[in-house]
Design a protein around this ligand. Sequence first.
Ligand code: ADP
Length: 393
Amino acid sequence: MTHQSRSAEIAATVADPAPVLQLIVVSAVEILQGAAGVIALLEGEHLVPRASYGLPPGALTNLHPRLDRVILNVLGQLGEQVSVLYLPSGFGDWARRYHVLALPMQHSEQLLGVIYVFRYVDAGGFSDRDLHVLDVFARQASGALQQARATADMLAEKTRLEEMQNTFVSIVSHELQTPVAIIKSYAATLAREDATWPPETIQRVSHNIEDECDRLHRLITDLLDLSRIQAGRVAMRVGSVDLAQLTTEVVDQLAPRSPRHSLRTSFPANFPIIRGDADQLRRALFNLVQNAIKYSPNGGEVLVVGELMGAAAVIVRVIDHGSGIAPGEEERIFERFHRSDNRLSRGTAGVGLGLYITRSIVEGHGGRIWAESDGPGRGSVFSMLLPVGATPA
Ligand code: ADP
């Protein structure tokens, strides 16, 4: 088999890089008529052996530190091919003298790893032709390895999305069933013919029914928005928007239901009226303030601050002192269906759509949104940057 067809075979191999590496090392040894070979991949700072061929059992672990000392010092940094004489000790029959050819595996200037091929000294040293053949082969093999890694990443991402979708379906079913069950039981209670209820009870139960209907309504609106965003059918009704006023409306709406939180707003007197869709921006603010309340279960202050960014843009920040965001999650929480995998999120009503919708609203206005947190338990800041003049994206 030629090294080209071997490489093609490698390229066609499935996404798991392990068999690819094995095929690469076997092929490299065969092509160079060597006795053994090893592939070590660069993982962080270190080259870690990931495949070998022709080595006695256990040799790899012992061999690697020696290779490191003997060859890597020369090759690791330089990324050049080297051929050295090598005498492994402590390997019984394997303790012969070898020529070792070490070749960097590179892709787009990036060192992926090193292929070592061992040949008995009495079989002769490596020729320039050997070097050339293996060099070409190593390039093709590196490409195949990179491709396998990219495919593996893609499959992992696909699996992650599928898992997210499954979680979403179960959360949505739960989120739909819970209010329906609550409303039904309240209605059945009120309708009992054998009981009369004092007016306060009727009022409390009616409020609860109203709250559960609101919850259902929000979920249905979120789902409809999701399908509109995905179909690219979000219409904007652009007009003058007073963000300070909208914030007050949102805070007034949420404050009565959040007795443990103190909701504050702070906008400078010269905060400009911007161009945008008032309903959508109210929705974005509502989502952020509602989250700030939801994810600070111990109560505390929720502050909405308006800031000027020169004459052309403004920032609205929603600051809470709640559960915070784990490092590395700051981007992901904006993905649809994504909910942080912590006890608080699991125990809090929600389907993981609020931030996705909010981001799509902000970006629809030509703005940007991001989250910052000093880590779990240390509060969060969500910032929306919006242009003063509407620049619908
Ligand atoms: P939901 O609240 O329905 O889960 P969101 O899209 O609004 O959906 O939020 C996604 C996730 O982001 C939440 O599940 C939560 O883990 C995290 N999150 C959102 N806002 C905050 C906040 N203010 N503090 C901490 N975590 C937050």
